[in-house]
Write a protein that binds this ligand. Structure first.
Ligand code: GLU
Length: 474
């Protein structure tokens, strides 16, 4: 393929950028980057009752956060009304569209009648051949004249040929009585104007496609290639929605997911490349192929997303993770916004946690005991490991640590080995009470590293505090 490829992502701003939209955007992005084409971003805001500026901002923010950069746009359909109206006019003049004066009431009655007679409920063409408007005519709509015979075939890159009987497609409205053009019309005008060669979108639009193809043909324009992506489902095999949990991209950002991990997970929802699960963006671009996209729906699996996220966290160096985890440290009130960390020290602390953190939220949570003295001792862990039985060990550790000159992990390890021999205990017996005293919990990175990173003073203070609390509870 050549550099002529032009694709677009065209969300309607009637909600936040969601998982399904992000996957559509990603597939467009990968396809066009793979073939050195152009990626156009278009906001389809003709439905003014449901579109909001807040959603537009959120969608743009979501795309930026995901790193799905576009080459042209974002265009807004509400700013292109003149273009659409001129094409409506053209179709009217050529007799390919017509004014329809049927009132909403009349249409509703016709619809009900059709339903009871088990006929398709589409428009019956009353105004199709009307020579003159009725005398009481007000605010007509404009309808597109669909062919009444023959077939329209969508040749879809994912599903193959899908054929529709034209007699099942009614004369749909292209301009509403309030002067607003409709989706099925403007989408075609935009795709023509913007030179779109491949329309890659969700398969909820497949039924719209034959209508759109007819508009291309009526305007004498080439029809782009289509690729309709299969739906993403929830665990119950119903279309993924809020009922299934978080579905907006921003929710995953707030839960501490990395954008590249979310994209990596999404790319595999419907596309595969051998057994490979973990991809960098470049690997996705190099490997992505539309003809490897399956036509059946896939189930969204939050556990797998979490696993992929952990894999991507491991790909980062501790230094790279500092700016990423910072907002979560602030959000969890572990540091204030003015916090300026000792980069070397914080990197070492993060290094001990990379393998154990599946999200940035978890990483921030674990960093608490390194950064802040405000640690809470887990009740069960406290009862089990900070008590009269462990008191002699805690006292012994604190005495030895006070004397230790070189407070490095290696020296601390030697000190622990001596203490284990002295008290005739295994490491667990000695380390667990110290771990709980230092971190508040029974799980942490290696105890020697934790001690070194906390430093002598803080370590001793926390162990002392634990000793005091045992003595006070007597
Ligand atoms: N605006 C439509 C939507 O958000 C997409 C239309 C299209 O891609 O053709 O579902």
């Amino acid at each position: 393929m050549t550099d002529k490829i032009r694709v677009r992502f065209a969300p309607s701003p009637t909600g936040f950028l969601h998982i399904g939209g992000a996957r559509t955007a990603l597939y467009n992005y990968l396809f066009t980057r793979r073939h050195n084409g152009k990626f156009i971003f278009r906001i389809e805001d003709t439905d003014q009752t449901r579109s909001t500026d807040e959603y537009i901002e959120a969608i743009i923010d979501g795309m930026k956060w995901l790193g799905l950069s576009w080459d042209e746009g974002p265009f807004r359909q509400t700013q292109r009304q003149d273009v659409y109206l001129s094409h409506v006019q053209k179709l009217l003049e050529q007799g390919k569209a017509y004014y329809c004066y049927c009132s909403a009431d009349v249409l509703e009655k016709k619809r009900e009648l059709a339903m009871t007679q088990k006929r398709p409920p589409g428009y019956d063409g009353t105004c199709r051949e009307l020579k003159n408007p009725p005398t009481d005519a007000v605010n007509p709509v404009v309808r597109f004249k669909m062919p009444t015979v023959g077939e329209t075939t969508v040749s879809d890159l994912i599903r193959g040929n899908v054929t529709f009987n034209n007699n099942t497609l009614d004369d749909f409205i292209i301009l509403r009585s309030d002067g607003m053009p409709t989706y099925n019309f403007v989408v075609v005008i935009d795709d023509i104007d913007m030179g779109i060669t491949h329309v890659i979108r969700g398969d909820d639009h497949l039924n719209n496609t034959p209508k759109q193809i007819q508009i291309y043909q009526a305007l004498g324009c080439p029809v782009p290639l289509f690729a309709h992506l299969p739906m993403i489902l929830g665990a119950d095999k119903k279309r993924l929605s809020k009922r299934h949990g978080a579905v907006s991209v921003s929710a995953y950002r707030d839960m501490g997911y990395l954008p590249e991990a979310l994209l990596n997970y999404l790319v595999r929802l419907g596309w595969s490349h051998g057994d490979q699960e973990v991809f960098t963006m470049q690997e996705m671009i190099d490997a992505f192929a539309l003809d490897k996209v399956g036509s059946s729906s896939t189930v969204f699996n939050p556990e797998k997303l979490l696993w992929i996220n952990a894999e991507h966290i491991k790909k980062h160096s501790p230094e790279e993770l500092i700016p990423l985890v910072m907002p979560f440290l602030i959000e969890q009130c572990i540091v204030g916004s003015e916090y300026s960390p000792d980069i070397d020290w914080l990197s070492k602390a993060i290094a001990t946690l990379i393998e154990r953190s599946r999200t940035l939220v978890e990483l921030a949570h674990s960093l608490r005991y390194y950064i802040s003295d405000d640690i809470k001792i887990d009740e069960t862990a406290g009862k089990k490991f900070l008590n009269n039985d462990t008191l002699p060990l805690l006292n012994s550790v604190i005495t030895s640590l006070k004397e230790l000159k070189d407070f490095s992990a290696a020296s601390i390890e030697k000190l622990f080995i001596d203490l284990m021999a002295k008290h005739d205990v295994k490491l667990g017996k000695l380390a667990q009470p110290i771990r709980v005293a230092l971190t508040g919990n029974t799980v942490s990175p290696g105890i020697y590293e934790v001690l070194e990173l906390l430093g002598k003073e803080i370590s001793i203070n926390r162990i002392q505090k634990a000793i005091n609390s045992i003595s006070n509870s007597e």
